[in-house]
Design a protein around this ligand. Structure first.
Ligand SMILES: *Cc1c(COP(=O)(O)O)cnc(C)c1O
Length: 394
């Protein structure tokens, strides 16, 4: 007799009944909806499939690994770290900063890199500061590591100036923040940070300054990268990911560039063999085809600029963007607009900023769809607010 019921093990137990850590009580998990919708523009993924030649290269690399899956992977991921360092050095925005394997660390998404950084440099009694609105995972990763979170404030138009940043970084924690998060280009606002903000944060604390550059590849020409600030700044960390520009989110590979001592610190907290042989092989093969994989970046930037340009005619405002998404303001009721777009088969992101929605730039067809749906939603909202206009039209 099979004791397993179709509904599985059921019980009335809730989180409140479990001996959960006190500091996790009342928290909600990260929850961007994963809905089966035709046009998914809510998590800043790359909408383009992996190109066929890259698929072939990745499949061949995986096939080589499969017979050896009886063994643990290379704990140091040396081959992948060489490939990541070479990729960074080849970027014009890194201005020839000489990075090698020793400066680079990789993990299952930049989220895991951030988690390892918090495990090593945060923890009970320590404080991290970030500047809201920014990436919602920064406070979650901070708090789950037992680190206190300080919600830093931005100026008008979500701006950050070096003096305000230095002041808030110095005021956080007992002796300045232990960990500082800066996001450039910022999610969800889309704007990149001038380097003097990074320098100001670094100068205001003896803690670690993390610049999350998940969207660096989409930045407009001339946008500086904090990679150029690494020489002489051993507490500065730049994180990157293969989840966005590289169209490789499903693989889960993120990485950082920093002083080799930072990499040594992460070896203390990472789980042994944290990055599977398959992940290492797939990412290394993909980096071997970086030019082909990144071909869609220019397309995506063109779609982003199309979305920005189309907003004024809809009575909406777009923030300038260096990323693969646009923060759009001017909605009377953003949650209602979000729902109305979803009813039209378009999933965007309500990031909780009143009057705003974040729209990922995808393919040209997806831009057509989101612009058409937005036009309908804006007209419907207008008519709901001013029913007399509808009567006039009849
Ligand atoms: C999407 C995103 C990431 C990516 O996380 P991965 O774990 O690498 O997929 C990191 N930082 C920011 C700001 C992001 O928006």
């Amino acid at each position: 007799m099979n004791p397993v019921t179709p509904q599985g093990l059921v019980s009335d137990t809730t989180l409140d009944d479990l001996p959960l850590r006190d500091d996790l009580r009342g928290h909600t998990p990260y929850g961007a909806p994963q809905l089966d919708v035709a046009v998914r523009l809510n998590t800043n993924e790359n909408s383009h499939d992996v190109p066929p030649q890259v698929v072939d290269a990745v499949v061949a690399a995986l096939a080589e690994q499969v017979p050896h899956l009886n063994r643990y992977p290379d704990r140091e991921a040396d081959v992948l770290r060489d490939a990541l360092a070479a990729f960074l050095v080849a970027q014009p925005a890194s201005h020839g900063v000489p990075l090698t394997r020793g400066n680079v660390w990789a993990a299952n998404g930049s989220n895991e890199v951030l988690q390892q950084l918090l495990q090593a440099f945060g923890g009970p009694g320590r404080t991290a500061v970030g500047f809201t609105p920014s990436y919602s995972m920064h406070p979650i990763i901070t708090q789950t590591s037992g680190t206190a979170w300080v919600d830093g404030k931005r100026g008008d138009g979500f701006s950050l100036d070096p003096f305000a940043v230095a002041e808030q970084v110095a005021a956080a924690g007992d002796d300045g923040a232990d960990v500082v998060f800066l996001t450039s280009p910022n999610n969800p606002t889309g704007t990149a940070l001038p380097l003097d903000v990074v320098e100001a944060a670094y100068g205001a604390t003896r803690g670690v300054v993390i610049v999350d550059e998940a969207y660096a590849e989409f930045a407009r020409p001339g946008t500086p990268s904090a990679l150029t600030l690494l020489p002489g700044r051993p507490r500065l960390v730049v994180t990157r990911t293969m989840s966005k520009a590289f169209a490789f989110a499903g693989t889960r590979v993120g990485y950082l560039a920093a002083d080799p001592a930072v990499v040594d610190a992460l070896r203390l907290v990472r789980l042994p063999y944290h990055l599977s042989s398959l992940t290492q092989a797939a990412a290394t093969a993909a980096l071997g085809c970086a030019d082909q994989l990144l071909e869609t970046v220019e397309d995506t930037k063109a779609q982003r600029d199309r979305i920005v340009a189309a907003m004024p005619a809809l009575g909406l405002e777009a923030l300038p963007s260096d990323a693969n998404f646009v923060l759009v303001g001017g909605f009377d009721d953003a949650p209602a607009a979000w729902k109305a777009l979803l009813e039209r088969g378009v999933l965007v992101r309500d990031v909780g900023i009143p009057g705003h929605l974040r729209i990922t730039a995808g393919t040209a067809a997806e831009t057509d769809a989101v612009l058409a749906a937005l036009a309908e939603v804006v007209v419907a909202a207008e008519l709901a607010a001013h029913p007399e206009d509808a009567e006039e039209q009849q």
